[in-house]
Ligand binder design. Structure first.
Ligand SMILES: [Zn+2]
Length: 491
C-alpha cells in the first residue's frame, strides 16, 4: 500500500499540477519572478481606488491568475457572441501580466501599473463606469467578472432569446433538481470564470399549512451578507445565520402553495447547494434600504483560515471549508471614501496591503478590521465534508491536498472499477450495488484512474491529461458536479 500511494502522488503531481505547461515553464525559468511577483501597485487615475482594490484581489486569486498567466484564455476567446470579442480579457490580462512581471516585449517592471486601457474597455462593456466618480467595488467586481466570462464563454451558439424550458420534473430529488438547474445554466453560461466563481443557492419555500416544500436553485457569483448589528463586533457566522434564517411570507407576500393550490403563509430560507472554488462574500455595509442611515461600521470578525460552512450546506458530501486570501476594504462614509486591499500572496503566503500605487507587508493579525467590505475565500482542496468518507476510512486528520490524495488512494473501494478504453477514452462505471456514489467516491475513482492510466497503460502525459479530462466530463455529466471545485485547475 505504501508504494502504491507514493505512485499515486507522483502521478497526480506530474499530470495535474503541471496542467498549464506555459505557466510552469515560466516558473521553472524564472522561479523568483513568480514568488515575488504581484507586489506592484496600480496607478490611481482619479477615484479609481474601487477598481484597484478589486484588481489586486483578483490578481491574487490563484486559479484566475494561472489561467491568465498560463495564457490558457487565448484559445477560449469567444468571437461569435461576446460583445467585447475578447478585448476586455486581453486588457485585463495585460494588467495581470504587468503586475506579475511578464510585460510583453519588455523586461523591466513598471513602478505602478497603468489601468487606463482596461478601464476604457470596461466602460465600453458597462458604460456606468465611464468618468471618474467613486464607484462601488462589489458592483465593479460583478461587471468585470461578467465581462470576462462573456469573453471566454464556451457557449458559441446562443439562442436569440432565453428558451422557455419545461418545468423541472417535480418527482426528482432535490439534488437531481439542482443538477438539472445547473445544466440549464451551463447551456448558456459556461466558462473558466464560471468554473472558478459561480456557486448555486437553494431557496426553499415551505407551506405552513400542509408542510409542502418547493425548491428553486439559482447560480450566484457572490453572497451579499446582511450585518446583524450597526456597531460593535459580530462574527461572520452571525451574518450567515441571518442570511439563511427563515423568513415568513404572509399577507400580500403569500405565495401559492403548489399542493394546497391556494395562497398560503409560507416560510422561505436559503442554503448553499454548490460551493464555488472561490467564494466572494459581500458585507452589506451600504444597504439601499438603510442608505439614509449611513454606512454600517460594525467589525465583522471573519476567520483567515478554516471557515467551515457545512452548517449552511443544502446537502452533505461537499467540501465546504475555506481560507481567506483577499479583502477589499472601504474607509470613510457612504458618499466619500477610499478603497484598499489586503491580499495573501498565492505562492509565498505573506499578506500585503495594496493602497493604489503603494504595496507594503501587513501582519495577518491586522487584516480583520471594521473596513472589510468584500471578502475573497478559496475552497480548501479536499476539505472535509459532512459525510466524511475519506476521513472515516482511516481516521486521519490530514486534510491537505496531498493528505487527501493519500487517503483517497488507500481507501480505494474494491467494488468500483473503471475501465479505460485507450482508443476513445470512454469510461464505464461498474458498480455491484445500487447506492448512489458520493462525491468522495468520485474523487477516489479519479485518483484510481489517474494511476491506472499512467502506470498500466504507459500513456504519455498529454494522453493522460486528455483521459483525465474525459473523467471530469463524466463526473460533470453525472450527479457529482460539486466535484468541479476539486478539479477546477484541470477543467
Ligand atoms: Zn400547502
Amino acid at each position: 500500500m505504501e508504494g502504491r500511494s507514493k505512485d499515486a502522488d507522483t502521478v497526480l503531481d506530474n499530470n495535474v499540477i503541471t496542467a498549464s505547461p506555459r505557466l510552469s515553464s515560466k516558473i521553472v525559468r524564472n522561479n523568483t519572478a513568480i514568488e515575488n511577483g504581484g507586489l506592484v501597485g496600480l496607478r490611481n487615475l482619479g477615484n479609481t481606488c474601487f477598481m484597484n482594490s478589486v484588481l489586486q484581489c483578483l490578481s491574487n486569486t490563484r486559479p484566475l491568475l494561472e489561467y491568465i498567466l498560463g495564457d490558457n484564455y487565448s484559445s477560449d476567446i469567444n468571437t461569435t457572441n461576446s460583445s467585447m470579442k475578447g478585448a476586455l480579457i486581453k486588457a485585463f490580462s495585460t494588467v495581470i501580466q504587468e503586475l506579475w512581471g511578464y510585460p510583453e516585449g519588455s523586461s523591466s517592471l513598471s513602478p505602478a501599473v497603468n489601468t487606463t486601457a482596461l478601464k476604457s474597455q470596461l466602460q465600453r462593456f458597462a458604460p456606468r463606469f465611464t468618468g471618474y466618480s467613486q464607484q462601488d467595488a462589489q458592483e465593479f467586481l460583478r461587471y468585470l467578472l461578467e465581462g470576462l466570462h462573456e469573453d471566454v464563454n464556451r457557449v458559441v451558439t446562443k439562442p436569440a432569446s432565453r428558451p422557455i424550458l419545461p418545468e423541472v420534473d417535480p418527482s426528482l430529488s432535490d439534488n437531481q433538481k439542482a443538477m438539472e438547474a445547473w445544466k440549464r445554466y451551463l447551456r448558456l453560461d459556461n466558462s473558466k470564470i464560471v468554473d472558478i466563481f459561480v456557486g448555486q443557492l437553494k431557496s426553499t419555500l415551505k407551506c405552513t399549512v400542509c408542510g409542502h416544500c418547493s425548491v428553486t436553485f439559482d447560480p450566484f457569483w457572490d453572497l451579499s451578507l446582511p450585518i446583524p448589528s450597526r456597531t460593535g463586533q459580530v462574527r461572520l457566522q452571525q451574518c450567515f445565520d441571518l442570511f439563511t434564517k427563515e423568513e415568513v411570507l404572509d399577507g400580500d407576500e403569500k405565495p401559492t402553495c403548489s399542493k394546497c393550490q391556494v395562497r398560503r403563509k409560507c416560510t422561505k430560507s436559503f442554503s448553499i447547494q454548490k460551493f464555488p472554488r472561490i467564494l466572494v462574500l459581500h458585507l452589506k455595509r451600504f444597504s439601499p434600504m438603510e442608505r439614509f442611515r449611513g454606512k454600517l461600521n460594525c467589525t465583522v470578525d471573519f476567520p483567515l483560515s478554516g471557515l467551515d460552512l457545512s452548517a449552511y450546506a443544502a446537502s452533505r458530501g461537499q467540501g465546504c471549508v475555506y481560507n481567506a486570501y483577499g479583502v477589499a476594504n472601504h474607509s470613510g462614509t457612504t458618499y466619500s471614501g477610499h478603497y484598499t486591499a489586503y491580499c495573501k500572496h498565492p505562492y509565498n503566503g505573506d499578506w500585503h496591503e495594496y493602497n493604489d500605487s503603494r504595496v507594503s507587508t501587513v501582519s495577518p493579525r491586522n487584516v480583520v478590521t471594521n473596513e472589510a467590505y468584500v471578502l475573497f475565500y478559496e475552497l480548501l482542496a479536499g476539505s472535509p465534508s459532512s459525510s466524511g468518507r475519506a476521513s472515516s476510512a482511516s481516521g486521519s486528520e490530514d486534510y491537505s491536498e496531498r493528505g487527501c490524495r493519500r487517503l483517497a488512494y488507500e481507501s480505494m473501494p474494491d467494488h468500483l472499477v473503471f475501465h479505460a478504453l485507450e482508443e476513445d477514452f470512454n469510461f464505464n462505471w461498474h458498480s455491484d450495488h445500487q447506492t448512489p456514489p458520493t462525491v468522495q467516491d468520485a474523487y477516489l475513482n479519479f485518483c484510481i484512474v489517474s494511476l491506472e492510466l499512467k502506470t498500466h497503460k504507459n500513456m504519455s502525459n498529454q494522453s493522460c491529461l486528455r483521459a483525465v479530462n474525459s473523467v471530469l466530463v463524466f463526473i460533470h455529466e453525472s450527479q457529482f458536479y460539486g466535484m468541479k471545485t476539486f478539479f477546477g485547475r484541470l477543467a
